[in-house]
Design a protein around this ligand. Structure first.
Ligand code: PLP
Length: 366
């Protein structure tokens, strides 16, 4: 049986040491005699798990004190609507950058929950057919908008903003969906009004959603919103308006600790750069056998998409790779081809094994 490497876009690979700890603690957390899954969310033991997860996340991303951290439920998809419902109150316009599948969905869903105009600040599909990203200096944004929304890494199209957009001083707050690249590199949290991310790529199993909110924005949350959709209510209840996803939060906490032992996000970024470079080099040096038509400045370091130009050969690639232990390489359903998701927890050896397989497959079928 070959060693298994899981290239799934999410839920995705988790560090082996994290899984081992979770296994050891499955029936008895830290000598308490309790499985974490059965702990009351109000118990001191769970409150301590939550507190440490928050503190470790704050340390890893250097989150300033005027930002609140929530672990909510509902995934990235729920945040698409919640940011509009909470932060557009009293405004007439939201600026939305469409750069790929997820920001397009966010745009459409925001339209359903607010009377604000959802203004297309830029459209990477119309401009580049999603092979490049609309650059921030060309985003059409208004100082009077409630916020500008964008997605830092488009998981489906394999596109990533390699720098945090620098907007002019009078720009509205930036709200960013970082579901598929949070904690993969250092960021300056103070550049953002809100950051949100589903856990199931770089943070842990699915079920918990990180939301980092600049405090002053909470004033916009209206009491008319049902409590369960109101960020202010969560903050007022120490992050727990209702029962949170306790086990995913515990797992996220273990991943944060693991990241600290790896040297933090600056160090993990170096690994991520090396892993992405290994795959893009393999594609670029294949003489056209493998194709990735994303502009170099916009190539994602988390999701590397490629194809051979032949659907039949792509299928063969995915089948043969699977037999070799290289799992979940099938591209997104609407795009086809292959997608290698190489989040923080994917070891360099996994990427090297894939690169070697790609070369071997080319020798055989090229
Ligand atoms: N945003 C991005 C960038 C994603 O990649 C995904 C899922 O893959 C989502 C949002 C939706 O996440 P969820 O399934 O947690 O709602």
């Amino acid at each position: 049986m070959p060693k298994i490497y899981n290239f799934s876009a999410g839920p995705a690979v988790l560090p082996e040491s994290v899984l081992q700890t979770a296994q050891q603690e499955m029936l008895d957390y830290n000598g308490t005699g309790f499985p974490v899954m059965t702990l009351s969310h109000r118990s001191d033991i769970f409150l301590s798990i939550l507190h440490h997860a928050e503190q470790d996340l704050r340390q890893l991303l250097n989150i300033p004190n005027n930002y609140k951290i929530l672990f909510m439920q509902g995934g990235g998809s729920t945040q698409f609507e919640l940011v509009a419902m909470n932060f557009a109150n009293g405004f007439k316009r939201i600026d939305s950058v469409i750069s790929g599948n997820w920001s397009r969905i966010a745009h459409e869903q925001m339209m359903k929950v607010t009377d604000c105009t959802i203004h297309t600040a830029a459209h990477g599909g119309e401009q580049f057919n999603y092979t490049d990203l609309p650059q921030p200096e060309n985003w059409d944004i208004s100082p009077d908008s409630a916020f500008v929304h964008y997605v830092s890494n488009e998981t489906v199209h394999g596109l990533q903003y390699n720098l945090v957009p620098k907007l002019s001083a009078d720009s509205p707050p930036m709200i960013c969906d970082m579901s598929s690249d949070i904690l993969s590199r250092p960021i300056n949290v103070a550049d953002f009004g809100v950051i949100y991310a589903g856990a199931q790529k770089n943070v842990g199993p699915s079920g918990a959603t990180i939301v980092i909110i600049r405090e002053d924005l909470l004033e916009r949350c209206s009491d008319k919103l049902p409590n369960v959709w109101n960020y202010q209510r969560y903050i007022a209840n120490n992050g727990m308006y209702n029962t949170p996803a306790t086990y995913p939060i515990y797992m996220a906490g273990l991943v944060f600790r693991w990241l600290q032992t790896q040297g933090g996000v600056a160090k993990i970024e170096q690994f991520n750069n090396l892993k992405a470079q290994t795959l893009y080099d393999t594609i670029d040096q294949s003489g056209g056998f493998y194709r990735n038509n994303i502009a170099p400045r916009a190539r994602s370091k988390m999701n590397v998409i490629f194809n051979t130009g032949s659907e039949e050969l792509d299928k063969k690639f995915i089948f043969e790779a699977d037999l070799r232990g290289l799992k979940s390489l099938k591209g997104y359903k609407t795009l086809g081809g292959m997608r290698a998701s190489i989040y923080n927890a994917m070891p360099l050896e996994g990427v090297q094994a894939l690169a070697e397989f790609m070369q071997e497959f080319q020798r055989k079928h090229g």
